[in-house]
Write a protein that binds this ligand. Structure first.
Ligand code: GDP
Ligand code: MG
Length: 441
C-alpha cells in the first residue's frame, strides 16, 4: 500500500518542482493527485477532502516566508498537512500512585507478545515498575516466550499454563498484582487469524474484566490494505487509544500507518523494527512523512525543516534568556557546552549555565553532562516542561531508578537547574542577549 502511495505522492511533488511557475491550475492539479494517492491507500474520504482543502487554501493564499520560493512553500504545506494527519509524537500519560492497565489488542502474529516484552523493558528503563499478565492462551508456548523475554529486564509475568480462558487469567493476574507498587500492568491477549467475531467477543469480555486505562492496537505493518478494516473492527469493540505498527524493518515502507491511524483516530505511538527486544522506536510523524514523500524529491523540505529547527533554537534562546527555561533547554545548553570544550569564558557566557561552573568543576562537566542526560531522559515530557511543579519525592525516586543514578544525583541536578534559572531571571537576560549577539548566536 505504502509503495503505491509513495510513488504517486512523489510524482505529484515532482510536477510541482519541475513546473516553470505556480498557478491556480497547477495547485488544483496537485490537489487532485494527492486525493487520488490517498484514496487509493484507503484513507478515509472525509480526511482526504479535508487535507486537500487545506492544501489548496494555504497554497493559494499564503505568502511564502522571506527567502523561500513558492514551490518550496507548497511542498512544505503538503508535508505539514500529511504530518497533521498522523498527529504529534505522543507519550503515555500514566496516572501517579496507581496501577495503569494497558491492554494489547491485535490478531494472531501481529506482534503483541513481542511488543509486551519490548514495552516492559522500555518502560522499566524509564524507571516505571512494570508487571505483565500473559493471557495468550491460543498459541502454545506463548507464555514461555513472554517469560523468557521479560526475564532479562527483571519483569514478572503472571500466567497460567493450564487455563484456556483468557478473561479469567486476566482477572486472576490483576488480583495477583493487587497492592503491589506497580506503575504499569501490561496485558497480553490471545489472537486468532483475523478479526473474527469470536475473537472480538473474547476481547470484549477481557475488556470488561480488565477495565483498562489504555488499549493499544498492535498491527503488522506488512499487511497493507487490511489495516483499515482490522483497526476499525477492533476499535468498535474496544476504543483504541494508541497504535503500534510492527515489522517496519521488513520491506514494508511504513505499511498501513495512515490507514490504521485514520480508522481509529488514535495516534501511532511506537513502531517495531525487528525481532529483538530493543527493536522498538518512538514513532515520529515527521520522519514518516519524509519517507513517504521520497527523500530525493523533498530536499527543499529538508532544508526548510532545518531552517525551522534553527528558528526553534532562536525561540529556545529567548526563553532561556528571559528566565523561563525548562529542563529540555537546560539539557540543550549542557550539550552545547560539552561540544565546545571546556573554556571557562564560553561557559560563563552560556545563558542558563552562567555562574554554575567554576574552576575545577569545568573538568567534571563532561561527566556530569552524560550523567544528567540519563536523568533528564528518564523524565516524562510533562516533568521536563515543569520540573519545579511536578518533581516530588516519589517522582524523583522513579527517575533515579530509571536513570540508574542515586536520588542524590537527581536532586543535585535539580538544584543546579534551579540556581541557573533564578540567575537568568535575576539578570533578566539583557546582558546575556548582548553576549549572545556578540557570539553570533
Ligand atoms: P502475537 O501473536 O501477536 O503475540 O505475535 P508475536 O509477538 O508472537 O510475533 C509474531 C512473530 O512476529 C514472531 O516471530 C516475532 O518474532 C515477529 N515479530 C514481532 N515484531 C516484529 C518486528 O518488529 N519485526 C520483525 N521482523 N518481526 C517481528
Ligand atoms: Mg502472542
Amino acid at each position: 500500500m505504502l509503495d503505491g502511495l509513495k510513488n504517486s505522492l512523489g510524482d505529484a511533488i515532482k510536477k510541482i518542482v519541475k513546473s516553470s511557475g505556480i498557478d491556480e491550475e497547477l495547485i488544483k492539479e496537485l490537489s487532485k493527485d494527492v486525493q487520488r494517492a490517498l484514496l487509493q491507500s484507503d484513507v478515509n474520504v472525509r480526511l482526504v477532502l479535508e487535507i486537500t482543502k487545506h492544501l489548496e487554501e494555504r497554497a493559494l493564499n499564503e505568502t511564502p516566508p522571506p527567502g523561500l520560493s513558492r514551490k518550496d512553500h507548497i511542498v512544505k504545506i503538503l508535508y505539514d498537512e500529511l504530518s497533521k494527519l498522523l498527529g504529534n509524537e505522543s507519550e503515555f500519560d500514566f496516572k501517579p500512585n496507581k496501577q495503569n492497565k494497558i491492554i494489547l489488542l491485535g490478531i494472531q502474529g501481529s506482534g503483541k507478545t513481542t511488543v509486551a516484552a519490548k514495552l516492559a523493558k522500555f518502560l522499566t528503563r524509564q524507571g516505571y515498575k512494570v508487571g505483565v499478565v500473559g493471557a495468550d492462551t491460543y498459541r502454545p508456548g506463548a507464555l514461555v516466550q513472554l517469560r523468557t523475554m521479560c526475564e532479562k529486564s527483571g519483569v514478572e509475568v503472571y500466567g497460567e499454563e493450564n487455563n484456556k480462558d483468557s478473561p479469567s487469567i486476566v482477572k486472576n493476574g490483576l488480583k495477583h498484582y493487587e497492592g503491589e507498587p506497580l506503575d504499569v500492568i501490561l496485558i497480553d491477549t490471545a489472537g486468532r487469524h483475523k478479526e473474527e467475531q469470536d475473537l472480538l467477543d473474547e476481547m470484549d469480555r477481557i475488556n470488561k474484566v480488565a477495565d483498562p486505562d489504555l488499549a493499544l492496537l498492535v498491527i503488522d505493518g506488512t499487511i497493507g490494505q487490511q489495516c483499515f478494516n482490522q483497526a476499525e473492527a477492533f476499535h468498535k469493540t474496544i476504543p483504541v487509544g494508541g497504535v503500534i505498527i510492527t515489522k517496519l524493518d521488513s520491506s514494508a515502507k511504513g505499511g498501513g500507518a495512515l490507514a490504521a491511524s485514520a480508522a481509529t483516530g488514535a495516534q501511532i505511538m511506537y513502531i517495531g523494527t525487528g525481532e529483538r527486544i530493543d527493536d522498538l522506536e518512538k514513532f515520529s510523524p515527521t520522519r514518516f512523512v519524509g519517507r513517504l514523500l521520497g527523500m530525493g524529491d523533498i530536499q527543499a523540505v529538508l532544508d526548510l525543516a532545518k531552517r525551522l529547527e534553527e528558528e526553534g533554537d532562536d525561540v529556545r534562546m529567548k526563553r532561556i534568556s528571559s528566565g523561563k527555561m525548562n529542563m529540555e533547554d537546560f539539557l540543550s545548553q549542557l550539550e552545547e557546552v560539552s561540544k565546545m570544550g571546556s573554556l571557562q569564558g564560553i561557559l560563563d557566557s552560556m545563558p542558563g549555565l552562567s555562574g554554575m561552573v567554576k574552576g575545577d568543576q569545568v573538568d567534571q562537566m563532561e561527566g556530569r553532562v552524560s550523567k544528567w542526560r540519563y536523568i533528564i531522559q528518564s523524565m516524562t515530557k510533562a516533568e521536563k516542561a515543569d520540573p519545579e511543579g511536578l518533581l516530588n519525592s516519589s517522582r524523583i525516586k522513579r527517575i533515579a531508578r530509571g536513570s540508574g543514578w542515586p536520588e542524590g544525583e537527581v536532586k543535585e541536578l535539580l538544584k543546579n537547574y534551579k540556581n541557573s534559572k533564578s540567575m537568568m531571571k535575576a539578570s533578566k537576560g539583557r546582558q546575556m542577549q548582548g553576549t549572545l549577539r556578540k557570539m553570533g548566536l
